[in-house]
Design a protein around this ligand. Structure first.
Ligand code: NAD
Length: 452
C-alpha cells in the first residue's frame, strides 16, 4: 500500500488464500447461531462499547486514515466520529426489532410476523471512506444478529484493521466479524459462492456492483448495492446565493471530491451563472492543498494515481466540449497524487463530466432557464444517488423534491448522510438503504408463523 501524499510504500498487505477464505466462511457460519440467539440487549452493549473505544482511539485512527487515504486530519476525525455514531445508532436500533401479531380469520388462530437475521454476510467496501463504509455494513449486520466477513479496500486496510480491533476489544465473540484482503475479484467470487453466505453488501462502482449482483443471483442471495452517483445540483434564480456558494464550494472539494454523494453536475440559473462560477473559482483557488497530516491543509491528495489520470481525462474532454477552466485544471507537485481544485464553466451537455461520475475535485457548471428543462437534464443519467438544489421558493422546492430521480435529495442543505436516516440510491446507483431503520431491515428476513 502507498502513501497518496508521497507515493512511497507504507506497508505490505498480506492476501488471503482460498483456504483462508473458506476458513473465514466456516467461522462465520459456526459463530452465527450463538450470535443470533443472544439477546439484542447484550449485542447492543458490545456495539456501544465498540463505539466508545472508537472514540477513545480517535487520534490514532485518524492518523492511520489520513496516512493511507490522504484526506485532511479534520475530515478523518469527522468520518471516524460518524462511524462511532453508527455503532451507537445500531446498538440502539437493534433493540427495537419488533414483530407483530395478526389475529387469524378463525377464532384462536394467531399469525406472528417475526424478523430474523439473514445469516452470515459478506461486505465489500471502497477506499474513499475506509471507516464509514465498513461501519455502515458491519454495525448493521451485527446489530441484526448476523455475522459478517468484511473485505475492505486493499488500498486503505489500516482503518478497517483498527475498527476490527475495537470490536474485538469490546468483547465481540470470535467469528462474528472478520476481515479479509486479497485480489478483490477472487475474494468476492469465493465468498459470494459460499453456500453459508446469505447476503452481500457492496459499496463501489456500478460496473463492479453489476458483476457482484450476477454472482449473487446464482445463490439467490440478498444484496444491498451502494454504487456510483453523479449528483445534479440546481441553483435557482431565487436561491440564497451566499448559502449556495459557501455550501457547494465546501462540499465539492471535501475528500477531494471522492465522495459518492459529492455535488457533481452543476446547473446554475442563467441569471446567476457567471457570478457563481467566478465566486466558486475564487474559493477553489484559495484552498490550501497539501498533505492531510499538515494542520493547514484544506484539501489532500487524491487517494491513488488512477484518480489523477481520470481528472486529466475529464479536463481534456471538457476543454474539447467548450469548457473554460476558471480554477485548477492540472496535477500539482512532483510527488503524490495532487490535483488542483478545479472549476470549469461553459462545457456542453455531451462532455463526459455531464454523463460520467468524475469522483474528484472538479466542478463543471452549465446554465439553465426553466425548472422543467433542468429537472429533465438532472435526470438524464443512469445514476440516481443524491441530488441537491438551492431555492427559496416553496413551489420550486416541491417540484425538485418530487421530480429529481435520486435516492436522496438535499434542498438548501447538503446533509444526506446521518446514522438515523436511510442512505442509498435508485436507478444504476443501486438499491437498499444503509442507516435509519431501513439499514437494520436490510439484515433481517421476515418470517410468518401461524399458531392454531
Ligand atoms: P473499481 O471499480 O476498480 O473499484 C471500486 C471498489 O471496488 C474498490 O474498493 C475495489 O477494491 C473494489 N472491487 C473491484 N473489483 C471488485 C470485485 N470483483 N469484487 C469486489 N470488490 C471489487 O474502481 P476504482 O478505481 O477503485 O474507483 C473508480 C470508480 O469507482 C470511481 O470513479 C467511482 O465511480 C467508483 N467508486 C465509488 C465509490 C462509492 O462510494 N460508491 C467508492 C469508490 C469508488
Amino acid at each position: 500500500m502507498l502513501d497518496p501524499a508521497t507515493g512511497k510504500t507504507l506497508a505490505q498487505l498480506p492476501h488471503a488464500t482460498a483456504a483462508d477464505l473458506d476458513e473465514a466462511v466456516a467461522a462465520a457460519h459456526r459463530a452465527f447461531p450463538a450470535w443470533a440467539a443472544i439477546s439484542p440487549f447484550e449485542r447492543s452493549n458490545i456495539l456501544r462499547r465498540a463505539a466508545n473505544l472508537l472514540r477513545e482511539r480517535m487520534d490514532d485512527h485518524a492518523r492511520i486514515l489520513t496516512l493511507e487515504q490522504g484526506k485532511p486530519l479534520a475530515e478523518s476525525r469527522g468520518e471516524l466520529t460518524h462511524s462511532a455514531e453508527l455503532f451507537d445508532w445500531y446498538a440502539e436500533e437493534g433493540r427495537r426489532v419488533y414483530g407483530r401479531v395478526v389475529t387469524g380469520r378463525v377464532t384462536g388462530v394467531e399469525h406472528i410476523v417475526l424478523h430474523e437475521p439473514v445469516g452470515p454476510c459478506a461486505a465489500f467496501t471502497p477506499w474513499n471512506f475506509p471507516s464509514l463504509t465498513p461501519a455502515r455494513k458491519v454495525a448493521g449486520a451485527l446489530a441484526a444478529g448476523c455475522t459478517v466477513i468484511l473485505k475492505a479496500a486493499e488500498e486503505t486496510p489500516g482503518t478497517a484493521v483498527a475498527m476490527m480491533r475495537a470490536l474485538h476489544d469490546a468483547g465481540l465473540p470470535a467469528g462474528c466479524a472478520q476481515l479479509m484482503f486479497g485480489n478483490p475479484a477472487d475474494v468476492s467470487a469465493r465468498l459470494i459462492a459460499a453456500p453459508a453466505i446469505r447476503k452481500i453488501s457492496f459499496t463501489g462502482s456500478t460496473a463492479v456492483g453489476k458483476h457482484l449482483l450476477r454472482l449473487a443471483a446464482d445463490g439467490v442471495k440478498r444484496a444491498t448495492m451502494e454504487l456510483g452517483g453523479n449528483a445534479p445540483v440546481i441553483v435557482c434564480a431565487d436561491a440564497d446565493y451566499d448559502l449556495a456558494v459557501a455550501s457547494l464550494a465546501g462540499a465539492k472539494f471535501r475528500n477531494a471530491g471522492q465522495v459518492c454523494v459529492s455535488p457533481g453536475r452543476f446547473f446554475v440559473h442563467e441569471s446567476l451563472a457567471e457570478r457563481f462560477a467566478a465566486d466558486v473559482a475564487a474559493r477553489a483557488n484559495a484552498l490550501q492543498l497539501g498533505s492531510g497530516l499538515d494542520a493547514q491543509t484544506q484539501m489532500g491528495p487524491l487517494a491513488n494515481d488512477r484518480r489523477v489520470e481520470a481528472m486529466e481525462r475529464f479536463v481534456a474532454d471538457a476543454e474539447a466540449h467548450g469548457g473554460k477552466v476558471l480554477a485548477g485544471g492540472t496535477r500539482r507537485g512532483k510527488a503524490g497524487n495532487y490535483f488542483a481544485p478545479t472549476v470549469i464553466a461553459g462545457l456542453d451537455q455531451d462532455s463526459l463530466l455531464f454523463s460520467d461520475e468524475c469522483f474528484g475535485p472538479i466542478m463543471p457548471i452549465q446554465t439553465f432557464a426553466s425548472l422543467d428543462e433542468v429537472i429533465a437534464r438532472a435526470n438524464a443519467v443512469e445514476a440516481g444517488l443524491a441530488g441537491y438544489a438551492f431555492t427559496t421558493g416553496l413551489a420550486s422546492a416541491h417540484r425538485i423534491m418530487h421530480g429529481v430521480q435520486t435516492g436522496m435529495i438535499g434542498i438548501n442543505n447538503l446533509t444526506v448522510s446521518t446514522p438515523e436516516t436511510p442512505f442509498g440510491g435508485i436507478k444504476e446507483s443501486g438499491y437498499g438503504s444503509e442507516g435509519g431503520v431501513e439499514g437494520l431491515q436490510a439484515y433481517l428476513n421476515t418470517k410468518l408463523a401461524t399458531l392454531g
